[in-house]
Design a protein. Structure first.
Length: 278
């Protein structure tokens, strides 16, 4: 760490100005059954366990990304109904993101309309290949945008940041979240800093820190991750835990140790998600 960086970190630590208010977890999951080859969580993903962690950690709301056990649209529908019931039973605690795919065709587009009527606020775009410029994806995004659904895009794919940028330009009225801030290619997100040089970029992409903050906070890459967040704007960065793969306490601690100011922490941990889903 350079002398200037050390002094800045020390001043922040001495000031005691870390944000301690309520947080919104913009990327969490529940148990959805098991399937061969899927990542197995270290803790239970039951709703009651998540609520306990939320209450203990000061997380006011959690965004639930539905992950069906397979590619069957019928299985997704069943989970959509289960999560809708969870929302009704716990008003104000959860925000639901559906699991409909462009490959589902017209039945999938009808399911988008159905989950919107159930109170879902978004949908996760996770096609089997990163081909976001196909007619099927374009039709999917157009329908989701018309329904005012926030569109989550899987960030672990190579090239995910660039493909998301293309969609953002093609659908200026859409709202997109690139998950995991591009994963191990988080520096690819700097392409959005370049887009901001052009007046036609609508700044309609957000980035969640799920998985990447705990992965890099204790590494030499922590300063680079913080730099990328500030370069694309900390008003577009969201806290995410990726529960149950990461506990809420560990995810919150990672973000707080990345070295943001109190104002930046408040934006990342709460205000940005509140504005996105308002």
């Amino acid at each position: 760490m350079s002398g200037r960086a050390f002094l800045a970190a020390a001043a922040l630590a001495l000031s005691g100005c870390s944000y301690t208010g309520k947080a919104i977890d913009a990327h969490a999951h529940l148990e959805s059954g098991s399937a061969p080859g899927r990542i197995q969580p270290k803790v239970s993903g039951r709703p009651d366990v998540l609520l306990q962690e939320m209450n203990r950690s000061g997380v006011d709301q959690a965004v639930l990304l539905v992950v069906p056990p397979g590619a069957d649209l019928a299985a997704a529908r069943e989970l959509h109904d289960q999560v809708a019931a969870l929302l009704r039973a716990n008003p104000g605690r959860f925000i639901a993101i559906g699991a409909v795919q462009p490959s589902d065709g017209e039945p999938g587009l009808r399911e988008l309309e159905r989950i919107a009527s159930l109170g879902y606020r978004g949908v996760k775009l996770s096609p089997s290949k990163l081909e976001l410029q196909t007619p099927e994806v374009q039709a999917f995004v157009a329908r989701a945008t018309a329904l005012k659904l926030v569109i989550y895009i899987e960030g672990w794919w190579p090239g995910a940041a660039h493909e998301t940028g293309k969609l953002a330009l093609a659908f200026p009225n859409g709202r997109f979240v690139l998950t995991h801030m591009g994963g191990i290619r988080f520096d690819d997100v700097l392409v959005f800093r370049l887009l901001e040089l052009y007046p036609f970029y609508p700044r309609n992409v957000w980035f969640d820190l799920s998985a990447v903050a705990p992965l890099y906070v204790d590494s030499p890459y922590a300063a680079q991750l913080r730099f990328v967040c500030r370069s694309v704007g900390t008003d577009r960065v969201l806290f995410g835990s990726d529960f149950p793969l990461t506990g809420l306490d560990a995810a919150l601690s990672a973000v707080r140790r990345l070295g943001f100011t109190r104002q930046e922490e408040q934006a990342i941990l709460h205000d940005n998600a509140e504005a996105l889903f308002r």
